[in-house]
Ligand binder design. Sequence first.
Ligand code: SF4
Length: 66
Amino acid sequence: MTAIVKADLGACQGYANCVVGASDYFDIDDDGVVVLLQTDVPDAELTRVDEAARSCPVSALKVIRG
Ligand code: SF4
């Protein structure tokens, strides 16, 4: 099963915790807003990406299990 990661760009404050946790999924653009590098999260990546998403201080990231 694959999960999907979604970002609330309006909520993002550019803290970059997500980038530290999973730099292959999250980046920050020149305006300090998160960029999703990929959205499909396979099972093998789920724990790591979920922890990175949960590290967001403003809860801008959600991992939705399929
Ligand atoms: S941790 Fe949250 S606020 Fe910080 S860049 Fe990532 S999504 Fe944005």
